[in-house]
Design a protein around this ligand. Structure first.
Ligand code: GDP
Ligand code: MG
Length: 824
């Protein structure tokens, strides 16, 4: 009994001994590690955990770091880190424990005292004004603090202590705040208390009848990476309002245990403190640190600032660098003050100002409101999945639109409609500039043809480079339009809704929700999409997502679709295109299911899909966004594709066929180069032709000829090259008139000129469909394979991707071809 009182005093006088204060050659036992989660993880990985014995080796008052012996090893800690480790000294233990007869104490006794001492939990109450903190405080501590509808005039905290299941719980009633910025004295006080006094648990009391506003504070606690337990107070009001909340699911999403309470009647409080002990002892499975996703742009800023902050280690011992970065972006003067002592303070500040300016120019909005919006987006997303409002709930406009576009059933047709409209515009608007670009490219080719002496170099320039690149650049308008629409959907906030409804579907098919964003990115380019899987914590989830991303039809495949669709499905382009994208998605789903059952055994971790407020798109910003993507596309053309075009041209150019009789191509007679049959025979006899013919038995069942085989092979460096190769293979050697024709027309007119099928059309709708399906499904490009290798850390998965995607491509292409033949 007496030692309980002593403990009580120790806590109140704040005389807990910290490891940093222990003098040299003293042995102590750790009672607690304080500080934010990532710090605790790091320090406990070094062996600093409750109950462990530490010998202080070197501790000169002004020197950093301090040296310790722990588990037989010597380790050094920074002073700022050692300050966050609470210990019990022999002197303190002598005070606490019943002394042995001679007044000495051994290490065993010290450990027993440490165990007792670690059963003291400091809990800070945080929450909005009038959420019931004081009522709760009074209930459990039997005190009679003033309760009522007032906002605190004096900024103060009250502390009281009580026993629960053998633990001593010290409860601190902090002033009510809506937020933890530093703009009011209450906020500053509460925040400083949490940071400086490092309570073991922050008990976040929220008013269940006003979840959205109350959870705002919770998002800030999440940013701080501290241990939080949520009391869903005024639960009685929630029930009577008729609203329904799935608090278990919400808790899982937030990584915070939620306990319903009605403080005024004392209901739920036992369970609440049981849970707090579980969390304190790290036995609660719900607890996990989540990152609120602030969106690509903000995350980029956070990352830039974090890198700078992390240069100064002592500060990140106390505060999570992510939290500090966010506070700095929010123009928080107190955060800036914290960093004043950093050696690179000026540089940090510079980067912060840069990032704030960048965000401002990107969104026309200051970074503070961007952060606030993202937080409310996070809350809306979490509530949309777990909360059904009662009768009094009023929806804002955003809420009304969301009810429609994220509707359980209606959401999908709306999503499909938007996708369809996008593709429709891509085709119809994009077809006009196509003609102009084609004429431009043809003109350039003619210029070079007429101004250069004949020879290999001229052939390389005209047939290789200009033809090859020209057939890709021609799709730039289509791609710009597609990028414009996707940028528009992202900027208005619709993309987040699309992700939201898809997430529900993903869960149904056993796929992870977090995988959806990388998959959506995959529609642009698979490479960044695979890199984006880094946000997925679980390795199995991550690998699985990586492996199915190649089925997301990237923009490089679009040119192939455009050529074949305009050639063979001019009446229903958007339908076929939407169908292809959907087929890719379906394949991804099927593959996910298969892999889930076979290679991966995954455990799902829930997370919040943010629903940020809608915003009016600003045309300039959307155009910049679009151009960003287009630039990356053009850079790719400039590099890889140019090299690939030259290689393919060379494979087709050599070895040189000398003289060929047009009537009997296999015999050698005189014919002029430039003639169409001459050129086709040249190709057929070239290295490329040999490769294509070697492939023929494999692709013939798909209705394809050897040139299509070559096109598919040529697409390995990048899928756009499929089109440029078609340009080279099918368009070559036409007289000048024909070379001005668009590729789709050339393909339509293409006939077999020798062999059993001579005179028949090479392409028909069935062949075109089979080819489209193959291009969609077989692995996207070398860059993607290299990225999978890098991100998964082994060639195994990269090779696996090559094999299985190509296998699927063949099978589905075959099925498509056979079915299509029945109808065509
Ligand atoms: P504080 O500002 O967070 O300290 O909130 P108070 O403890 O002062 O409570 C504000 C008001 O809410 C008081 O009138 C309480 O009686 C009332 N209250 C507290 N808890 C509950 C509850 O669980 N249900 C209901 N209906 N009212 C509560
Ligand atoms: Mg109060």
């Amino acid at each position: 009994m007496s030692y309980i009182c002593t403990l009580f005093l120790i806590v109140l006088n704040k005389v807990q001994v910290r490891l940093s204060e222990v003098e040299e050659n003293n042995r102590v036992v750790i009672t607690k590690v304080l500080g934010h989660g990532s710090f605790r993880r790091r320090i406990s990985e070094m062996g600093f955990v409750t109950g462990k014995e530490v010998l202080v080796l070197k501790n000169a008052p002004l020197f950093d770091p301090v040296e310790y012996q722990l588990l037989g090893y010597n380790v050094s800690l920074r002073r700022a880190e050692a300050e966050l480790i609470e210990v019990i000294t022999i002197a303190e233990a002598l005070d606490l424990a019943v002394p042995t007869f001679d007044g000495t104490i051994d290490m065993e006794a010290l450990k027993i005292s440490a165990k007792e001492k670690s059963k003291t939990i400091l809990i800070a109450l945080a929450g909005n004004p009038n959420c019931g903190k004081t009522t709760l405080f009074n209930r459990v501590t039997n005190s009679k603090e003033h309760v009522g509808n007032y906002s605190g005039v004096t900024v103060d905290s009250k502390i009281a202590s009580f026993q629960h299941r053998g633990y001593t719980l010290n409860l601190v009633d902090l002033p009510g705040t809506y937020s933890l910025t530093s703009f009011s004295p209450e906020e500053l006080f509460t925040r400083n208390y949490i940071i400086e006094e490092t309570p073991d648990i922050v008990l976040n009391v929220i008013d269940a009848s006003n979840l959205e506003r109350n959870l705002f504070l919770t998002t800030q606690l999440i940013d701080m990476d501290i241990k939080v337990v949520l009391a869903l107070n005024m639960y009685d009001d929630l029930i009577t309002s008729g609203a329904k909340l799935n608090q278990k699911k919400l808790g899982n999403l937030l990584g915070i245990p939620i306990i319903p309470t009605t403080a005024s009647r004392g209901e739920g409080l036992n369970e609440l403190f049981d849970e707090i002990i579980e969390v304190y002892e790290e036995r609660n499975p719900v607890v996990r640190h989540i990152h609120i996703n602030y969106g690509e742009e903000l995350e980029q800023s956070i990352k830039a600032i974090r890198t700078e902050i992390k240069e100064d280690k002592p500060i990140t011992a106390k505060l999570s660098s992510r939290y500090l970065a966010l506070r700095l972006l929010d123009n928080d003067p107190a955060a800036l003050e914290t960093l004043k002592t950093s050696t690179n303070f000026n540089h940090i500040n510079e980067v912060v100002q840069q990032e704030i300016a960048r965000l401002k120019s990107r969104w026309n909005e200051d970074s503070s409101s961007l952060i606030t919006n993202a937080k409310y987006g996070f809350i809306s997303g979490a509530l949309r999945e777990t909360f059904k409002a009662g009768v009094q709930w009023r929806y804002a406009i955003t809420g009304k639109i969301d009810r429609l576009v994220t509707h359980r059933i209606l959401g999908f047709p709306i999503f499909l409609l938007f996708m369809f409209l996008t593709f429709f515009a891509t085709f119809t608007l994009g077809s006009f500039p196509m003609v102009w670009i084609n004429q431009g490219v043809a003109f350039l080719g003619d210029m070079i043809k007429s101004s250069m002496p004949p020879g290999m170099f001229k052939d390389l320039l005209t047939d290789g480079v200009i033809n090859g690149l020209g057939s890709i650049i021609i799709f730039l308008p289509n791609i710009l339009i597609l990028f414009f629409f996707t940028s528009l959907m992202e900027d208005t906030g619709y993309m987040a809704r699309a992700a939201f409804i898809m997430d529900k579907l993903m869960h149904k098919i056993g796929l992870h929700g977090r995988s959806f964003i990388p998959m959506v990115m995959g529609f642009g380019c698979n490479v960044p999409a695979i890199m984006a899987t880094r946000t997925i914590r679980n390795r199995g989830d991550r690998l699985l997502t990586m492996l199915i991303i190649p089925f997301m039809s990237c923009s490089a495949r679009l040119p192939v679709y455009i050529v074949l669709i305009s050639a063979f499905f001019p009446n229903s382009p958007a339908l076929i295109l939407t169908g292809l994208y959907l087929l890719g998605i379906t394949m991804a789903i099927i593959m996910a299911k298969i892999l889930n059952r076979t290679l991966f055994r995954r455990k799902e971790t829930p997370f919040v899909m943010e629903l940020p407020p809608y915003r009016m798109p600003i045309m300039r910003n959307t155009l910049v966004h679009m151009w960003d993507k287009a630039r990356q596309y053009l850079q790719k053309i400039g590099g890889t594709i140019l090299i690939a075009v030259i290689i393919i041209w060379a494979l087709e150019y050599f070895p040189r066929t000398k003289n060929i009789d047009p009537a009997n191509p296999t015999s050698v007679t005189a014919t002029q180069p430039g003639h169409s049959i001459y050129n086709q025979t040249q190709i057929e006899n070239s290295y490329l032709g040999s490769i294509g013919h070697a492939m023929e038995p494999i692709i013939a069942p798909l209705g394809m000829d050897w040139r299509m085989g070559i096109c598919l092979l040529a697409g390995i460096p990048a899928k756009e090259i499929v089109v440029s190769t078609m340009g080279v293979l099918y368009q070559t050697g036409k007289d000048d008139q024909k070379s001005k024709e668009l590729l789709p027309e050339v393909l339509r007119a293409q006939e077999y000129y020798i062999g059993p099928k001579a005179g028949q059309k090479v392409f028909n709708q069935a062949v075109a469909l089979a080819f489209l399906v193959f291009v969609l499904l077989y692995f996207p490009c070398i860059a993607v394979i290299a990225t999978i290798k890098r991100e998964s850390g082994s060639w195994k998965w990269a090779l696996f991707t090559v094999v299985y995607t190509t296998g699927f491509a063949w099978i589905f292409s075959f099925i498509t071809y056979r079915i299509a033949l029945l109808f065509i």
